[in-house]
Design a binder for this molecule. Sequence first.
Ligand code: DER
Length: 232
Amino acid sequence: SLVEQAKKAAAYQAVDENFPATAKVVGIGSGSTVVYVAERIGQLSNKDSFVCIPTGFQSKQLIIDNGLQLGAIEQFPEIDIAFDGADEVDPALNLIKGGGACLFQEKLVAVSAKKFVVVADYRKKSDSLGIQWTQGVPIEIVPNSYAKVIPDLKKLGAKTVNIRQGGSAKAGPVITDNNNFLLDADFGAIKDPKALHDQIKALVGVVETGLFTEMASKSYFGEQDGKVNVWS
Ligand code: DER
C-alpha cells in the first residue's frame, strides 16, 4: 500500500543517512514504521559490532527477528542513536507518541540517546500537536490512580479522558509492558506541548506522557509520491 511504501522509504533513508559507522548502542522503537528500521539495520554487515536496546516486547521481537544483538538498557544506559515512530510531529519536532502503548520505554530510550531520529508516513505531519492525531494524548498511569488522575486531567482542560481498553484483543484495560494503564486525554490543539507535559507529569499517579518535546533531531516522512521529506 502507499502508506506502507511511505513508511519503508522513510525508514530506509533515515537509517542510510544517520546510522553511525562507529555505533555501539542503538535504540529501536515500537510500532509499524520502525519495523522497516530494524529490517534495514539487519542488513548491515557490521551488525555484530553493536547492541540494540528495545522499547517494549514488540521492539524486542523486532531485534531478535532481524538477527540483531539484544541489549538491556540497564547495562547500556548511553545510547548512540535511537530510531522510533510517532503519532504526530509538529514543525518544532515535538511529538505525540504512545499510539502503540509503548511510550514509557520509548521516552526512556529517546532521552538516553545522543541522537533521536523519527520515522513516519505523511499522515503524521502536523502544524500543531492535537490536530492530525485526534485520539488524545496517551498517558501512562499507575492502575489504581485512575479515579484521581482522570478528574485532574479534566481540570487541566482535557475534554475527554478514556482508559484505553484491549477491545477484541483483551477484555478490560490495555496493560502496558510496564504493567500500567494508559489514558487517552483529548486536549484539542496543543499550543505549548512542553507546558502541558509538565502539568500532566506533576499529577500523582502519572508515570509518563506521550508528549515528547525538544527530543527529536530529525524526522523523516515518506510521502504518497514515493519521495521522503526531512524536517530537522
Ligand atoms: O506508540 C508509538 O509512539 C509508536 O511509535 C507508534 O505510535 C508509531 O506509529 P506507527 O505504527 O505509525 O509507526
